[in-house]
Structures are given as C-alpha cells and as structure tokens.
Design a protein around this ligand. Structure first.
Ligand SMILES: [Zn+2]
Length: 150
C-alpha cells in the first residue's frame, strides 16, 4: 500500500479550528471520542491511522471497543463535533494531500465498519472511496452532498 520509502501522510485538520490532527503529517490521527452506553458515557482519546483505507490499529484509551460501538468524534483542541450535517453515521475532517490540494474526508462512526470517502469540497463529489462497507454509506452521503450543496 505504501508508494515508497518517502511516503508521507496527508495532513488532517479540524474543520472548525484548523488544529492538526496528525501533527507533522504523522502516521496517527488523534481525535476525541465519546461513547454512549445505556447507563454511562465516556469521553476518551481515539487514535486511528493516517493512511486512507487503513482500518487496523484504531484504539481508544482505557476503553475496549467492540464491533458496532458508535464513536462520536470531536476535536481534541476546540472540542467541536466532527459529525456531518445530515449524516448520523458519518464524521468529517479536512484533509490536504502532499500536492497541497484540499479535501474533506468522511468516515463512518461505527467500530468495525470500514468506509472512508475523499470529497472534493468545490464539486461536492466523492473523488475516492475506501473500505468494504463504503457502498452501504455512499448513497446517503451523495444525497447529503447534493442537498447541502444546492
Ligand atoms: Zn478544533
């Protein structure tokens, strides 16, 4: 999956305060994650890979995540939610690739699900998608992009 030894990661930032989520284009994105259970909720640090389409290695400090757990992602700096308007199951951050092009990246909130979308913010179109579950999120995402874009 890597394109050579120089491979550096994209730059992921908070859409609200522009904080770097993977400082120095590092391999790990850090976010805040809130998990709701019937009798309690917990807020913790969540770490995911900066590699698009890499789903191994998601960890949450002090929490054992099980398949289907829903994580409400937010910014570790300003605390703003990464939830996407009209999309209960997707979160969104900003991304800038190594060529300096700006994108939005949407990803699902359920632990164990695999879907990531790279969105052109001007055309409001999905440019690339990753993950075995992407197809099941795609229709709703397209609908939201059309709706909120026009
Ligand atoms: Zn922020």
């Amino acid at each position: 999956m890597s394109e050579g030894r120089e491979a550096s990661y994209d730059r992921f930032t908070c859409p609200h305060c522009d904080a770097e989520l993977n400082p120095g284009r590092g391999p790990i994105i850090q976010m805040r994650g809130e998990l709701e259970a019937p009798c309690f909720s917990v807020t913790t640090d969540v770490f995911v890979s900066s590699g698009l389409g890499v789903y191994e290695g998601l960890t949450a400090t002090g929490v054992v995540l099980r398949e289907g757990a829903k994580i409400e992602f937010s910014c570790p700096q300003c605390g703003a939610s990464f939830s996407q308007s009209g999309q209960d199951e997707l979160a969104q951050v900003r991304m800038r690739d190594s060529a300096g092009r700006a994108f939005l990246v949407s990803f699902n909130k359920r632990f164990g699900k695999r879907s990531t979308f790279v969105i052109d913010p001007d055309k409001r179109q999905v440019e690339r998608q990753f993950g075995d579950d992407a197809a099941s999120y795609r229709a709703d995402l397209d609908k939201a992009l059309n709706f909120f874009g026009s």
